[in-house]
Design a protein around this ligand. Structure first.
Ligand code: FAD
Ligand code: NA7
Length: 607
């Protein structure tokens, strides 16, 4: 105890001359173990007890015993991204809070830190997952001068499909999906050529093989560009599967089963998700998912799609657009989570385009009737309350029954990363920090946030900025615009009508709406469905717009701009003050005057 008090005296004498960041740095660097603490904090006591049980002297700086405490706590928050106490440093290295210290103790890393044998981390940041979010985080960190590595590995789908760097969006998501959507729309447009004076052969056919070849070539060019970008930014790339050994070390296994390790001060987990396969006979043997469809080396032929969310409906839309016979098995509702009036309008339009929907229907098994490319399959299903038996003979069964976060088999339990037990997603705080202090998570793998590429990218960029530049902007997950690329596109931002009523009560909501005509379809006989727009306003806040929904051509392009309006708190009067662009579909938003509650007709017969 005598030694401690001499030490303490020396430190406090110097400390008196220092303040702010230099004081914090001095404390951290002049003690083997520093605990920034508060005398009343039970977690601080736990860490102190652990150090005492290990006979390790420590220096506890009690932030609630000095008037500079709050200011020092702010400095610590900026330095470590951690505001809470205890905030523990060993040999100048930030360890984290109580749970981090306990995890390090459990894995043996704490002993190595105390003994000085803990190897200095090779990287400032290692990103696990080279998809939308991971690559964005890595590039931002590298641009801020940090030493960064990315580790990405694609496990083959049960059908054996695999792909290159760039993650879901580039390889088996947004990009091939949008190209196939475009291909389907183009087919419709070509057929409309004669109405616009084009002499077009009446014998128009679609070549699936050619489309897949072109789409895959484009994807390969994107894979190549990603690799090049990592190289240019001096980011080390490992094509290997990562698993945590401890909070600062991962084990990587490559395709040849070779194992190596990496250490990092910080990790970002951006491993995304993969399609969910219900546990029914024949699914993994005979069915495909969105992981396979964009590279399928034969025309899928007559297709049954299981699931009714956006991936299911988008795939149904483009396959039907190529002239294929498509049936969707809908367990309950269309587009769960989206506005249900809009969802039903999409369903009706797709039905008018030839897509069949079987409602209240779930598959019970798949069997193969005949080999081939495509094969002949039989789907067994049950329908309705009476569980009526349904059998469909088809060539392809595509499951779009949700996606599972890739959180198993990567050592997360070993290092104590907390998951939502019901869906396996990672729990993070408002700074995307997991329950382990130096480990962050972004993108599809985190719990309760929109699963969209721009969300993952934005979160990744902001996270690296917070970690390495001192800029503290947090990711704002509100009013995220999105679009469902069904044959008639559906763009939305903000609340659905049901959700708005739940949140604010029916009396407080006013819905303005109308059908409209797209002038580009005026000369053709094509049944364009009924483009429709509605905005949801909050009466108690001067009709602030809290929901924007549009079903029509190019809905994605339209919704992006209106998303900014909602984010900035636009009100109905602002829309009315906005001058439209004529002749467009978007201009209809500036003239909305009919409320749903009035019950007036919103059918339009001319522009
Ligand atoms: P991902 O892009 O999934 O990347 C994760 C990467 O980590 C993958 O390469 C994975 O193989 C790898 N990985 C996993 N585990 C490990 C491990 N242990 N070690 C190393 N690597 C690992 N979003 C939109 O915004 N617009 C759209 O139009 C759209 N359409 C979509 C269509 C489909 C069919 C699908 C499936 C998704 C679509 N999305 C769309 C969603 C979008 O693709 C995702 O939100 C986005 O890709 C998520 O990015 P991420 O960085 O979280 O993960
Ligand atoms: P979602 O949005 O999770 O939807 C899954 C759909 O599949 C939904 O319609 C479900 O019906 C249906 N489903 C789920 N399990 C079954 C079984 N066993 N049988 C029949 N139907 C089933 O999944 P997506 O694949 O479209 O997209 C996943 C995410 O990836 C999405 O959030 C995107 O942002 C990215 P339900 O409505 O539950 O009755």
């Amino acid at each position: 105890m005598k030694i401690f008090s001499v030490l303490f005296k020396q430190i406090t004498t110097t400390m008196e001359k220092l303040s702010g960041e230099s004081l914090v740095d001095y404390i951290i660097n002049s003690n083997k173990v520093t605990i920034f603490s508060k005398t009343t904090c039970p977690f601080c006591k736990q860490v102190k007890s652990l150090m005492e049980s290990l006979s390790e002297p420590y220096f506890a700086f009690e932030l609630d015993q000095t008037q500079d405490g709050p200011a020092l706590q702010n400095i610590l928050a900026e330095k470590t991204q951690q505001r809470t106490v205890p905030n523990v440093f060993i040999r100048g290295m930030h360890v984290g809070g109580c749970s981090d210290v306990l995890t390090a103790y459990r894995t043996g890393a704490l002993r190595e830190m105390l003994d000085g044998t803990y190897e200095k981390c090779e990287y400032d940041l290692v990103v696990i997952g080279g998809g939308s979010g991971g690559i964005a985080a890595a590039k931002e960190a590298a641009a801020l001068g940090r030493k960064v590595a990315v580790c990405d590995f694609v496990k083959p789908s049960p059908m054996g499909t695999t792909w290159g760097l760039g993650g879901t969006c580039v390889n088996v998501g947004c990009i091939p999906k949008k190209l196939m959507h475009r291909a389907a729309l183009l087919g419709h447009d070509i057929k409309e050529g004669p109405a616009f004076g084009w002499r077009v052969s009446t014998d128009i056919t679609h070549d699936w093989g050619k489309l897949v070849e072109e789409v895959q070539n484009y994807i390969k060019s994107l894979n190549f560009n990603y690799r090049k970008e990592l190289r240019t930014n001096k980011i080390t790339y490992h094509n290997a599967y990562a698993e945590f050994e401890d909070a600062h070390r991962i084990k990587m296994r490559n395709i040849k089963n070779e194992v190596s390790t990496l250490t990092a001060q910080n990790f970002v987990i951006a491993v995304g998700g993969r399609p969910h396969y219900p546990n029914i006979p024949g699914v993994k043997e005979y069915a495909i998912t969105s992981d396979d469809v964009f590279s399928l080396n034969y025309n899928p032929g007559k297709t049954v799609i299981v699931g009714a969310s956006y991936i299911a409906l988008e795939c149904a839309g483009f396959l039907a657009g190529f002239g294929l016979d498509v049936t969707v098995l809908v367990r309950s509702i269309l587009l769960r989570g989206f506005d249900q009036q809009m969802a039903e309008m999409i369903g009706s339009h797709m039905e008018s385009q030839g897509v069949k929907f079987i409602r209240g229907c779930v598959p019970t098994g798949i069997e193969k009737i005949e080999d081939g490319a495509p094969p002949v399959l039989k789907v067994h299903a049950v329908k309705g309350e009476k569980q009526e038996s349904v059998e469909i003979v088809c060539n392809t069964v595509l499951f779009a029954t949700g996606r599972n976060a890739c959180t198993s088999n990567m050592g997360l339990d070993k290092i104590g990363i907390a998951l939502n037990k019901s869906n396996g997603k990672i729990l993070v705080d408002e700074y995307e920090r997991t329950s382990v202090n130096n480990i962050f998570a972004i993108g599809d793998v985190i719990d309760g946030k929109p699963e969209l590429t721009p969300v993952a990218i934005q979160a990744g960029k902001l996270l690296s900025k917070r970690l390495f530049s001192g800029e503290m902007t947090k990711m704002d997950y509100t009013f995220v615009p999105t679009t469902v690329f069904t044959p008639l596109e559906y763009g939305c931002v903000g609340f659905s009508e049901e959700h708005a009523i739940d949140e604010y009560d029916k009396e407080n909501i006013e819905v303005y709406h109308t059908h409209f005509n797209a002038v580009e379809n005026a000369l053709s006989n094509r049944d364009e469905g009924k483009p429709y727009i509605k905005i949801i306003c909050l009466k108690s806040d001067e009709n602030r717009i809290i929901g924007f929904h549009i079903l029509g051509p190019n809905a994605g392009e339209i919704t992006q701009g209106f998303g900014l309006g909602l984010k900035l708190g636009a009100k109905l009067k602002d829309l009315h003050n906005l001058v439209g662009i004529h002749p467009t579909c978007a201009e209809v938003a500036t003239t909305l005057s009919i409320t749903k509650s009035s019950g007036k007709s919103v059918d339009k017969t001319s522009c």
